[in-house]
Design a protein around this ligand. Structure first.
Ligand code: ZN
Length: 141
């Protein structure tokens, strides 16, 4: 909180339960709810995944086959078994998480995430099922 300028910041942590080994779980409504609850009308919503085998991204939410293709093609780029050295056996999950990334920023106007018509926010699990966290910070203009 910047008291001098009256700028507000709100922090929220979402608990996300993933259900399968690899999945893209749409969380758009949950993020919008956090923005609405913050009372911040205009600013930036930052998302951060505090894990090494999960990620967050924005992509099409109209046709579920986009998500299926996403998962299918990423599996080709980074196969689960490929002579990796990491003792835990989940190097593919670490690699996919870094490829997709651990954060997103979304502009907020009039209390609404300014996503495009076909855009949704996805929590990406690459070594589930697990109980995960997504950290959200909403910063006022
Ligand atoms: Zn590992």
């Amino acid at each position: 909180m910047n008291e001098d300028k009256g700028i507000q910041m709100k922090s929220v942590t979402l608990n996300i339960k993933t259900n399968t080994h690899t999945e893209m779980q749409e969380i758009t409504d949950r993020v919008q709810e956090a923005v609405s609850d913050s009372g911040i009308e205009n600013g930036i919503c930052m998302l951060f995944v505090p894990h090494t085998t999960a990620a967050v991204t924005i992509n099409e939410n109209a046709d579920p086959d986009v998500v299926r293709d996403f998962i299918m093609e990423l599996d080709k780029i980074v196969p689960w078994d490929d002579g990796y050295h990491h003792f835990e056996g989940n190097s593919a999950a670490h690699l996919k998480a870094s490829i997709i990334g651990f954060s997103e920023h979304i502009i907020v106007e009039n209390g609404r995430l300014q996503l495009g018509t076909w855009q949704g926010i996805y929590f990406c699990e690459y070594d589930g099922p697990r109980s995960r966290k997504l950290k959200i910070k909403i910063m006022e203009d």
